[in-house]
Design a protein around this ligand. Structure first.
Ligand code: ADP
Ligand code: MG
Length: 728
């Protein structure tokens, strides 16, 4: 057997169990590594504390004097915890996080050692940003980028480094990251939702978007994962025949968590607790060695940061437990892939979840208002929302026959559908006292009861209402939640602004009462957004046809899904809500396309390597063995050898055929790749990678997987699915 596969299997069998233990209750050390409110009170002057609070709650500026004080307090805390370095922690357009560590330590002018970290270093830094993707922003403007503190996300201690969450912007003001646009969208939705929430409660002065993500992932033994060049370089297996056993027995889902995985989870949760990531649930997922982790929901910006941090922590903890975490959306063909459901809602500073029905008719009308406006927003901008979850790796789920489809639709269940149907019949203009009573008692009033038994879940829906929140299910397991959260909150801000305007106009011009005006506007929204509602099977062919009739988009590939970003109405919307300028949107589109090209390009290269360096040599090795056998038989049996070597000869031939096909498709793919690489226009290049280069992958895989089936186990050099998926 190939040495590397053999040794990896040996190593995986001989793992020693690693178990981290921690004394004390979790609640006691939750957030122990976070510069949170209670630490701020302890380490900051009252003035500085108030200043940070003002920045957190109202976006006030922190002046330089205060910044110096905050930096001093933060540094004292961090050093008391053993920190030696600090970094601005930011989210470049690569989708991951970046950091550049600086020591607190500095030299005085006469050579004495100092511990230096002042307001200047806290508030702003200039990382050497030239190698982060900018979609041409920096070239166009010859501007450098800087990182600036985001006080709404607390600093934390990670290892021996104080991490300060920051945005990353060009000196000309353009955002070079995913956080700045998110913060702008969150601020817009705050403003728009607060104005609408005031119809129902005058005391509301702030609305926060909430996000509770669910992270799915695979755990594979480190040695085995590292033995596969494709897993190492692309995060997924490009070839691999399905193990005899897959997920057909449904024996993994919610089953007993394998011991080694459980120890990993315990260590991980410990780290998360220290970092203030409120992880709550852990369980097995559908596929073998697939798991899920979910926290308690938080304010969206913080939740996005926590998810990004979590993925990094997972990598590190897994390494210690001799695992590799696979975040890729489709690491293995033939079994389920991974996603990252984004549970989303809006909450007021008076403690109300705006997507949760309440105890009074007014509260329920409030619920309906936000509920219907969300449906309307998604209906109006379904294609834009789809674009926010597009990536080469997520195409394997959204564009293929796996959960959820590339068509955006909303599931609300039969009972709520019935409520909306009733509301469609609300009279135009003023309502009679009888109609109002009827609405209050029998339609709006019944909502809480309706929701109590609204348990029918539709797992195929990409955007489902689940009782007190919407769940966006198409987000990729690997990607940052920042992009979908930016778009969702932006379109919600736009929709709520429109709603407010229409309601106010009915009140003023038609002299309607507030609730009458609201019912009137909602009725029209319900009517005009019907096409986005779908409670049936989202995977069926019928739905695809039906969605086409409804004129819903069905963009199966990333380049197609991103196209909406170039349209004028999209650019106008980003501009109107103040989320991104045209330059910023176009830059992102370019970066996304570039990333897409690189990913398919890398996969193509790895395919060539695998075929020539692993698969064909394995096949030839076994073929030679058979040839020696047949030659031997011929020596013994002479002309009669055919009878005893028939099977072998057939296999020899089959191997030859598959090798020829493999070579043919791989060479054609390489040619297509070369041609694509000469293209100047990035859109054409992305299309070439998408429609031509990628088109060869399935054929290459097919012949490789056929070979894997007929070649003796010992000769096959790549770790097999059964080893990757069932090593525990
Ligand atoms: P499940 O969907 O598995 O039945 P839950 O309904 O309890 O579980 O919640 C799933 C996820 O939804 C959790 O990650 C939770 O944090 C999140 N969630 C719950 N309420 C909200 C909310 N108001 N806003 C955002 N996320 C929420
Ligand atoms: Mg879920």
């Amino acid at each position: 057997m190939s040495k590397i596969r053999y040794e990896a299997i040996q190593e995986s069998y001989n793992r020693e169990k690693i178990a981290d233990r921690h004394e004390g209750r979790r609640s006691e050390f939750f957030g122990s590594h976070v510069f949170n409110e209670s630490r701020m009170r302890q380490f900051l002057t009252k003035e500085a504390f108030e200043s940070v609070k003002g920045a957190m709650n109202s976006g006030n500026k922190i002046d330089r004097k205060m910044a110096d004080q905050v930096a001093e307090g933060m540094k004292s805390w961090a050093i008391s915890m053993g920190a030696t370095h600090y970094t601005h922690w930011f989210q470049p357009l690569t989708g991951a996080t970046a950091e550049k560590h600086d020591a607190f330590f500095d030299m005085d002018y006469d050579g004495r050692a100092l511990e230096k970290f002042g307001g200047g270093q806290l508030v702003q830094q200039e990382p050497d940003a030239s190698s982060f993707p900018s979609g041409g922003i920096r070239n166009t403007f010859e501007a450098r980028g800087y990182t600036a503190w985001d006080p709404t996300s607390p600093a934390f201690l990670y290892g021996d480094t104080l991490c300060i969450p920051t945005i990353f912007v060009a000196y000309t003001g353009e955002a070079l990251d995913n956080k700045a646009p998110l913060l702008r969208a969150l601020s817009a939705v705050d403003e728009a939702a607060t104005a609408v929430a005031k119809y129902f409660d005058k005391n509301v002065s702030k609305v926060t978007a909430t996000l509770g993500w669910e992270q799915e992932y695979f755990l594979v033994d480190k040695a085995l994962a590292n033995s596969r060049p494709d897993l190492l370089l692309t995060g997924r297996t490009l070839v691999g025949h399905l193990a005899a056993k897959g997920q057909q027995l449904d024996d993994h889902y919610f089953g007993v968590i394998p011991k080694r995985a459980l120890e990993f989870m315990k260590s991980l949760e410990l780290e998360c607790m220290k970092l203030g990531i409120p992880v709550k649930t852990r369980h097995n997922e559908v596929a073998p060695n697939q798991f899920e982790l979910a926290p308690v929901f938080e304010e969206a910006n913080l939740a996005v940061d926590h998810n990004l941090l979590l993925m990094d922590v997972m990598d590190k903890v897994a390494d210690r437990h001799n695992f590799k975490v696979l975040f890729h959306e489709k690491p293995f063909a033939g079994i389920n892939g991974s996603g990252k459901h984004n549970n989303w809602s809006l909450a007021t500073d008076t403690g109300t979840n705006l997507l949760s029905p309440g105890t009074t008719p007014m509260k329920n009308l409030q619920f309906l208002t936000f509920f219907v406006n969300t449906i309307k927003a998604v209906d109006s901008y379904e294609e834009l929302l789809r674009s926010s979850i597009a990536s080469a790796s997520n195409d394997h789920r959204l564009g293929a026959n796996e959960a959820p489809p590339a068509i955006l639709s909303i599931f609300i269940g039969t009972q709520l559908s019935a409520v909306l149907d009733e509301l469609e019949g609300v009279s135009q203009g003023k309502l009679s006292p009888e109609e109002k009573t009827e609405l209050k008692l029998n339609v709006v009033g019944k909502i809480p009861d309706v929701l109590l038994d609204n348990t029918d879940r539709n797992r195929t829906s990409p955007f489902a209402f689940t009782g007190n929140k919407f769940e966006m299910r198409g987000v990729g397991s690997k990607s940052s939640c920042a992009k979908p959260m930016t778009i969702l909150n932006m379109i919600m801000a736009k929709q709520l602004r429109l709603f407010k305007k229409e309601v106010d106009s009915l009140i003023k011009k038609k002299k309607l009462k507030k609730d009458e005006a609201i019912f009137n506007v909602l009725r029209e929204y319900i009517k005009s957004s019907k096409r986005i509602r779908f409670d049936g099977d989202g995977y069926s062919d019928e739905w695809e046809k039906e969605a086409e009739r409804r004129k819903l988009s069905n963009n199966k590939t990333t380049p197609a899904a991103l196209e909406v970003l170039t349209r004028k109405e999209t650019l106008d919307l980003f501009d109107e809500i103040g989320v991104m300028s045209e330059t910023e949107v176009r830059a992102r589109h370019e970066v996304e396309l570039e990333t897409y090209i690189f990913q398919i390009q890398i996969e193509g290269r790895v395919f060539t390597e695998l075929v020539y360096n692993n698969i064909i040599p394995s096949a030839v090795e076994y073929q030679n063995k058979l040839i020696r056998n047949v030659t031997g038989l011929k020596e013994i049996y002479g002309a009669a050898h055919k009878k005893v070597s028939e099977g072998q000869l057939e296999i020899i031939e089959k191997i030859g055929e598959h090798i020829a096909e493999l070579k043919k498709h791989t060479d054609a793919m390489t040619d297509a790749r070369r041609r694509a690489n000469t293209m100047e226009d990035i859109h054409k290049k992305a299309d070439a990678y998408c429609n031509t280069v990628r088109g060869y992958f399935d054929d290459i895989r097919y012949h490789s997987d056929r070979l894997e089936r007929i070649i003796e186990d010992k000769s096959w050099s790549l770790a097999k699915y059964r080893e990757l998926l069932f090593t525990r």
